[in-house]
Write a protein that binds this ligand. Sequence first.
Ligand code: ATP
Length: 856
Amino acid sequence: MTGTAGFHALPAAAVAEQLGVDPALGLSTEEAEARLARFGGNTVPVPAGPGPVRRLLAQFHNPLIYVLLLAGIVTWVFGGHVDAGVIGGVVVLNAVVGFVQESRAQRALEALSKLVPVAAIVVRDGVPQRVPAARLVPGDVVELAAGDRVPADVRLAEVHLAEIDESALTGESVPVAKSAEPVPPSAAVADRAGSAYSGTLVTRGQARGLVTATGGATQLGGIQHLVATAEVVETPLTRKLGRFSRQLSLVIVAVSAGAFVLGVLRGTPAPEMFTAVVALAVGAIPEGLPAAVAIVLAIGVVRMSRRGAIVRHLPAVETLGGTTVICTDKTGTLTRNHMTVTTLAAAGSPIPVGEAAETLRECLIAGVLCNDAELGEGDPTEIALLGSATAAGLDPVAIRAGAPRTGTVPFESETRTMTTVHGDVAYLKGAVEEVAARCGDEVVPGGGVRPLDRDALNRVHGTLTARGLRVLAFARVTAGTTPVLLGLQAMHDPPRPEAATAVAACRSAGVEVKMITGDHAGTARAVAGEVGLAADPRVLTGAELASLPEGGFDDAVAATQVFARVSPGQKLELVRALQRRGHVVAMTGDGVNDAPALRRADIGVAMGRGGTDAARQAADMVLTDDDFASIEAAVRVGRGVFDNLRKFIAWTLPANIGEGMVVLVAILVGAVLPIVPVQILWINMTTAVFLGLTLAFEPTEDGVMHRPPRPPERPLFTGTLLRRVVLVSVLLVVAAFGAYRLCLTSGASVAEARTTAINVFVGVQAAYLVSCRSLDRPVVRSWPGHSRMFLLGLGLTAGLQVLLTYVPVMNSWFHTAPVGFSSWLWVLGAAVVAFAVVEADKLLWRWFTVKASRGA
Ligand code: ATP
């Protein structure tokens, strides 16, 4: 069915006939398979990005490359054909490395967008079932509820108060009310009340409808620019670093120009000087920084996805590591969301489930009728109610057959109640306070009705919630009489076994955990105790929050661990209050109404299993297992990633600056270059990839969850980092000049002395890399946890230096010469000394800060 032409103008029954489906039974599985083969999957083809060739060519569009190419040409013209060839090789290699880095980051991200499962509830063979949205076909009968994203174009057949946010399609920001009625054939998409369109969001109510178009045939598929394209590999951090490297580049270019003029004035031939300053610039400019940072983040994303947390926005990886407070749901996140009714109660006394069939029969029946779950399918709260009826010996199927439903007011977390109508009688269920407020009478177990004893009700409710039970009240409503309270059902939802450990880990990491729940204060307090949130938590209810004086709000929020009976709107207030306190807030949410709080939070966390598409769309991170422990794991990985970023930067900057300084110092003091331009290019190319990038793969350090979160205002370039950069740059320059001079005085040729200088330079870089595995702790302690990449990188670099030293072709290209054993001892010695200096710097600084903090 290629198009929805006319369906909106036909009655739903006629649409069903045209689509060849019985709206009550849906398609058969075979028919659905046949249609899937005929119409293809329900996926909108993503427009392909630029192809690999274009992306490779784009790598050459870079000022640095232009400079290098120019240098190559100048060198060629003045007869340095081999040097020019080497420069050409560097240009190509640089492009290939950039290309590979970018593809890698891009691939990691693409894999992510596929991880988020999108399913739809579809009636097939007469049974509602979860089907991957990609397998929907025209004619499928789909059920939609508040929070769902409409999975295909649908002609609605039954509608209960449904409203849909169609802004993605029409730009209209107010949700539109839907009905099952046909509209005139000429009606515009925005005016077709009887249709729902793929990609729009159900914000209220429920509906059932027939799929009229899928995949590229939908309205959404028709509008190419709305198609979700892959996320760009850019974050505030990469942007900031990009700006930093551009500014640094400008400085370096200016210094190079100055050096050029100085050198020529001193009598060095201009072409030779030109190649030298190009080497200076290329060596010193940290051109790979933003791409490498994107890789570090992308690796973090992959690590998090292994721990059950799917990050939807790359910057969230950086933010997660800095989280200072996690606001979490109770149900399903700290608890398992497997509920079992353990006790009922009426007229102030508890009654075991086994005895309820005689004494509280109608309470059990209300639990079955005012209920959307099927056995084993649906809301766990409602499944538990079917379970209690069955345990008491009732037959839910027979009960439902005997009292067909004629109307529904669905559950909303604002009202905390749900009502169903069955002919003359309606059943109401929900939070005890809400239901009791509407009742005047209550049933007496075993028979009879009496005026509602609110004190007795509150007492029994209090006892049940204090045991951590989730309590629902049930009432019968008939026209012209006061509603009658039928009783309470209390269910047990065990805490997740990992929750307590994860909460403890967060606390030792200085991350506060706060529980925000729609459930009762008593239940919330008991569960908070069970998972170790706080032994005697301070609890505030939504009503108490609302009555707090303006000035005291932020303080009260900061000092409270448990928030109960909180409305989604209040969640937003809580996030704001915590952020005003300087907190970096992670906040979980599952409902449609949680979306604003999720967006506002620094890290919005949605549930992959429970929860709604609306919440997932607003979130930065989706938990595949809905488990609190996954948030803790993500924070841990986030801290590790941020560490790796700092390590990478701490290694790269001095490496680059050292390369530039070697040339600059030689020009300034008028010395012969200890390392010539093509050699600098060699070092720059090989070490940036084989040494620097390995830091991206470093495992998270052990202690990350035993230290307080990084203060949100702390910049990436701390004083310690800058000191380290200066120290190591100086070490590199001294090592290169020292090795060169010492070799010459001990009788080596210039080529041999230069070869030794290069090897020493790379050796010091490698030693510093080892030291960078921990920025502030002696590295010996953290040695065992190294990544395989790390050893591989060190090994490859050593191998490449041996090739550079001993292979004749390399000797002629790079002006190197084979050196003797003693030369390698120089390398080893320099590496050991450099390593010792950096480690000593760490220790001294530690000692210094400890002493300073004691003094203060
Ligand atoms: P959390 O926010 O931690 O997930 P929650 O699941 O209790 O907690 P809500 O789903 O908003 O939060 O539920 C709030 C209250 O509404 C519950 O405590 C319960 O009293 C009532 N309630 C929950 N589910 C239903 C339902 N299906 N029908 C009627 N009332 C319900």
